[in-house]
Design a protein around this ligand. Structure first.
Ligand code: IMP
Ligand code: MG
Length: 181
């Protein structure tokens, strides 16, 4: 059974992902070359992006991971919980949050506030591979963005539908019949 058969169209192919990630790596090198940042990858969707991006960063850095719970539709931004916490001491460190996609902005808004007020980081910036800007309800934007995309549900390169499709090498739009099952 091929999961690629469930894809209606490829929105961003592997080649375009690679090219854009190269460009993001140049920007991040300019920003973090001499800062020994902590690359804070938000689980699970950001793992492939973090991996591809960090291969292209030729300067000292450390990795950590955080898993904010997915919020339930109508709950306020205050309801975002941290299911897996970072293990490094983030205090007074430059932290780069790596996220697969920013949609309403609730998750990143809370994560950024927590890093400032609870973890007392020296600085926090965000790199998001994808941005559905028209969906934003919180006042937050990534500092570095891969691609602006329309409001379509996408999967692949870490992004899932019911935990499936994360292993596709591109960003694709699912066929409607998959949702209707
Ligand atoms: P936000 O808090 O609304 O910005 O939500 C961001 C999170 O929603 C992402 O980390 C994803 O887990 C999820 N998400 C939003 N849009 C999509 C999509 O099109 N495909 C898969 N996951 C998505
Ligand atoms: Mg996510």
């Amino acid at each position: 059974m091929k999961i690629s058969n469930d894809i209606k169209k490829i929105l961003i192919n592997e080649n375009d992902l690679n090219q854009r990630i190269n460009e993001l790596a140049v920007s991040l090198t300019n920003e973090y070359n001499d800062k020994n940042p902590i690359i804070l990858s938000l689980l699970k969707g950001s793992v492939p992006f973090t991996s591809e991006l960090s291969k292209r960063l030729d300067f000292p850095l450390e990795f950590d991971y955080m898993k904010p719970s997915s919020y339930v539709g109508t709950k306020s931004s205050g309801e975002v919980q941290i299911q897996i916490k970072p293990t490094l001491d983030l205090k007074n460190r430059h932290v780069l949050v790596v996220e697969d996609i920013i949609d309403t902005g609730r998750t990143l808004y809370i994560v950024k506030e927590l890093l400032k007020t609870v973890y007392h980081v020296k600085s926090v910036k965000i790199v998001a591979l994808l941005d559905k800007k028209e969906m934003r309800v919180c006042d937050i934007d990534p500092d570095f963005t891969g691609f602006l995309i329309p409001n379509e549900f996408v999967v692949g390169f870490g992004l899932d539908y019911n935990e499936q499709y994360r292993n596709l090498p591109y960003i694709g739009v699912l066929k409607e019949e998959i949702y209707q099952k």
